[in-house]
Design a protein around this ligand. Structure first.
Ligand SMILES: [Cu+2]
Length: 369
């Protein structure tokens, strides 16, 4: 099988792109209602960036076949998720930040349906909690995004958060778009998938994969002490693949910020660091996924296991380019800048291949439109 075929069938590629686009359109237009979702827990094999093929676990949408499908619903929706466990041991579905979404323990071969009301607008992470961190680390995780019922600021600017949770600091950032010289482009628009990305971090330890393949009931206590990851992923891709995946690489025009929903499904702490622009931190672990009282601009931020943090990539003229040289003439658009994790071992694959780890880039396609 050619690598490209494998990936298209597997975790990324065109299938996931179409899927996400449909999800965004559906969640944006529909009033709150009843949403039915099906998810299968499966045992799979995945190809690493260096060609190594490893055993792992995943969640699959049985209709589209998409692995680790991004789920998107609207605040107030009654969400029913029918879970089918096709793996060899019990699983439990949970969503970080939504305790009502925790399922019963689902035996091997069994099904269970969890029903809950979608909470305030924001970014959440679904995963398996039946074996502590193990199911999540082996690959059962994905994003759960809630679109707010009403995300408008007092000035009428759209935001990804619920009006009742908005802080003056976060509201002022979205109010500045299209109104302030710093953001001369279009305001942020929740229905445009190109104005947002999701970054899910994870790590893969081949020895752990092999052990779980041979014995799905391996002990998970003390996992942190034996975990030796050799692959560090961004949306389950790494290196060249994560740097060339449209749904991972933010791109846009000057003055039109892009929302990035950053989540850590791994067991290691990560420190995403971005070149070109600083990001504006909209939510943090102190605010528990809600809009922050103070918006900081940072070029590196900490992501502990299970952290979720929404940041805004402003798409401003990079500070190192003098105003007199802008818009750029010698080095033309698009301008590319890297994002890489500053926990340095995460930049490798297979114990040394650099830079084939947790890295991607973003692209400034052109001056303001
Ligand atoms: Cu750097």
């Amino acid at each position: 099988m050619r690598r490209r075929d494998f990936i298209a069938y597997g975790s990324a590629g065109a299938l996931a792109a179409v899927y996400l686009k449909e999800q965004v359109a559906a969640a944006q237009s529909a009033p709150a209602g009843a949403i039915s979702i099906q998810l299968h827990f499966e045992e799979i094999f995945e190809e690493m960036i260096d060609g190594e093929v490893l055993y792992g676990l995943s969640v699959r949408d049985p209709l589209t076949r998409v692995l680790r499908p991004p789920i998107r619903v609207k605040q107030g929706d009654t969400v029913s998720i029918k879970l089918t466990n096709k793996t060899r041991r019990p699983r439990r579905f949970a969503i970080t930040g939504i305790s009502a979404a925790t399922s019963a323990l689902i035996p091997a071969g069994g099904t269970s349906t969890v029903t809950f009301t979608a909470p305030a607008g924001g970014s959440y992470l679904y995963h398996d909690t039946a074996q502590g961190d193990l199911g999540r680390i082996l690959g059962i995780h994905g994003s759960f995004v809630v679109v707010p019922m009403n995300g408008l600021t007092a000035l009428g600017s759209a935001t990804p958060f619920s009006k009742a949770q908005l802080t003056p600091a976060v509201a002022s950032v979205f109010d500045a778009m299209g109104r302030n010289a710093r953001f001369p482009g279009q305001p942020w628009r929740p229905e445009l998938v190109e104005r947002e990305r999701t970054w899910i971090f994870s790590e893969i330890d081949p020895a752990l994969c092999r052990a779980a393949q041979q014995n799905p009931n391996i002990a998970h206590a003390g996992l942190r002490n034996i975990f030796k990851p050799r692959y560090f992923c961004l949306n389950r891709l790494s290196g060249y693949d994560s740097a060339h995946d449209y749904w991972t690489t933010p791109e846009g025009y000057v003055g039109e910020p892009c929302l990035i929903r950053v989540m850590n499904a791994g067991l290691a702490t990560h420190a995403p660091h971005i070149h070109g622009n600083h990001v504006l931190v909209l939510t943090d672990e102190i605010s528990k996924g809600r809009p922050s009282g103070n918006v900081l601009e940072v070029d590196t931020w900490m992501m502990k296991p299970l952290d979720r943090r929404d940041v805004l990539l402003p798409f401003e003229k990079p500070n190192e380019i003098p105003a007199a040289a802008w818009p750029p003439k010698e080095e033309k658009f698009p301008l590319y800048y890297p994002m890489h994790c500053h926990i340095e071992m995460s930049q490798t694959a297979g114990g040394g291949n650099y830079p084939q780890g947790l890295v991607t880039h973003w692209a400034m396609l052109g001056d303001k439109r």
